[in-house]
Ligand binder design. Sequence first.
Ligand SMILES: CCCCC/C=C\C/C=C\CCC/C=C/C(=O)SCCNC(=O)CCNC(=O)[C@H](O)C(C)(C)COP(=O)(O)OP(=O)(O)OC[C@H]1O[C@@H](n2cnc3c(N)ncnc32)[C@H](O)[C@@H]1OP(=O)(O)O
Length: 305
Amino acid sequence: MASVLRQAARLASSRCLTQLSAASSTSRLGASSYNFSPSSRNASTSSTIKVQLDSNTGVAIMMFQNPPVNSMSLDFMTEFVIAWDKLELDKSCRGIILTSALPNVFSAGLDIMDMYGTTPEHRTAFWKALQELWLKVYGSGKIVVAAINGASPAGGCLMALSCDYRIMIDNPKYKIGINETKLGIVAPFWFKDCLENTVGYRMSEMSVQYGILYNSAEALKIGLVDQLVPEDKLISTATETMIKWFAIPDYARQISKAMVRKATMDKMLAGREADITNFVTFTNKDSIQKSLGMYMEMLKGRKAK
Ligand SMILES: CCCCC/C=C\C/C=C\CCC/C=C/C(=O)SCCNC(=O)CCNC(=O)[C@H](O)C(C)(C)COP(=O)(O)OP(=O)(O)OC[C@H]1O[C@@H](n2cnc3c(N)ncnc32)[C@H](O)[C@@H]1OP(=O)(O)O
């Protein structure tokens, strides 16, 4: 319990006394065209991560802008963590909405080109960056809402699963899930743990083996997402949701969050080095490199047809 309290105290540094103005009910298509209020300011200058912070509401919108599909490359994840740290330290920010500035895709997951044909040193840095990103988002004292505006496979699904609440566009063409087995690779234990914590044991047992990608209605049905909305209501609903969460005193909520997430966090922290070794060893295998290569070919071939 002492460590939970310490963790919560650390996280409580993100508390703020911002007066909440009425939630913006502005409806716009997608985050990139969202109409930010006059009190919004650019909180990040990164090329792939755009951040807008509304100091009246305390809501920050973090948008991924890494074309063509917001793949989570080493560079993208490094920029993500830098932008995240800035927000985490900003006392005027109480909650963060994660979304995509690109149409049709939230994130295509880990960048396969960072895993395919790269050196062990590169893959070590890549996996460390992913662990870092996950620890920051999953362990954040802020309220984190995923506004899922497109496809969200594998690492993209992990990002969404690390949030406190998931809202997805109600459109059957957008799929979300832990699909690694379909690529011939294995989702690490912490991906599986996040899924299991969200949808339960049996559903994740089926899900990770089959590598199921769920459409939005299926994802809602199994509890992988919490709410579906029309595209033009995504950001306004995420903002309204956030403001409802703000009614809960931060400190009490942060301690509760840290308690619930402690076992999953501790497991990763204890196994962090071994997890890196596993990843590098696993992706060193010729058979795994071959699977990744074939998957990339398949993606490119699909486009050519
Ligand atoms: C012994 C025990 C071991 C235990 C295990 C230990 C360690 C674990 C080891 C490994 C774990 C790895 C975990 C992996 C997690 C991942 O996230 S893997 C990535 C999974 N992602 C996907 O499967 C998504 C693939 N992409 C798509 O399905 C589609 O691209 C889309 C996101 C639905 C978007 O479709 P669309 O808009 O039609 O775009 P295109 O398909 O045309 O793609 C555009 C270009 O983007 C390239 N691309 C797509 N996805 C990726 C990606 N993930 N990485 C890199 N590049 C990607 C695609 O090839 C196109 O490129 P070109 O324009 O043709 O050059």
